[in-house]
Design a protein around this ligand. Structure first.
Ligand code: SAH
Length: 204
């Protein structure tokens, strides 16, 4: 997976490659889908949701340019795999998941694999962020929004980075938003298709 799907497609951050080669991805995938744990696609994790394609998880982690000191907000923990990856790259991860069954699953997976020591999972609507721990050095949103939720921008530190798929239901662009010196800029890194961001500043 790391060689063919990540390195060959341009993922260069050594800490991202290392984290993804060491974290047991199959442990985050339901038993009946384990065969597909390392396939080059999203995989169903129950509740109508998916674990992202490995390349997408790697790309989203890489563009945040984490150095190990950051507090990261993750919106859409799903099965907890990306939370584990981000946990390896940052000081701590605050992960929100709107589906109660998945919030529990993420927590159980992180615990069982010993990857959750610095990850806090909570059930909640991440489209409005998690103000208690704001501002965040980095924010990773794993579900697609029609626009960048203003609450998330408000909870992003200066300097800080946010990655989010933005666009209509079935066709989005992955944006990396950079806040620096009170300026906000963004660039598009790829095109993608994510599950919709639900909740107050999502699709409802
Ligand atoms: N991070 C996961 C990807 C999960 S898919 C991985 O490791 O691959 C996106 C997740 O976002 C789904 O589990 C979905 O339930 C969740 N989600 C959607 N809207 C949300 C919201 N408003 N707040 C929190 N989670 C949300």
């Amino acid at each position: 997976m790391v060689e063919k799907q990540l390195r060959r497609r341009g993922i260069r951050d050594a800490s991202v490659l290392e984290a993804m080669s060491e974290i047991p991805r199959e442990e985050f995938i339901p038993a009946e889908a384990r065969l597909f744990a390392y396939s080059d696609d999203p995989v169903a994790i129950g509740f109508g949701q998916t674990i992202s394609q490995p390349y997408m998880t790697a790309l989203m982690a890489e563009v945040l340019e984490l150095t190990g000191t950051e507090t990261v907000l993750e919106v859409g923990a799903g099965c907890g795999y990306a939370s584990a990856v981000l946990g390896r790259l940052a000081a701590r991860v605050m992960a929100l998941e709107i589906v109660p069954g998945l919030a529990h699953l993420a927590e159980a997976n992180l615990k069982r694999t010993g990857t959750g020591g610095n990850v806090e999972v909570r059930m909640g609507d991440g489209s409005v962020g998690w103000p208690e721990w704001a501002p965040y050095d980095a924010i990773s949103v794993a579900a697609a929004a029609p626009e960048i939720p203003t609450s998330l921008l408000a909870q992003l530190r200066d300097p800080g980075r946010l990655v989010i798929p933005v666009g209509p239901r079935y066709d989005q662009e992955l944006r990396v938003v950079t806040r620096r010196d009170r300026r906000i800029d963004y660039r598009v890194v790829t095109f993608c298709r994510f599950v919709p961001l639900r909740g107050g500043e999502g699709w409802n």
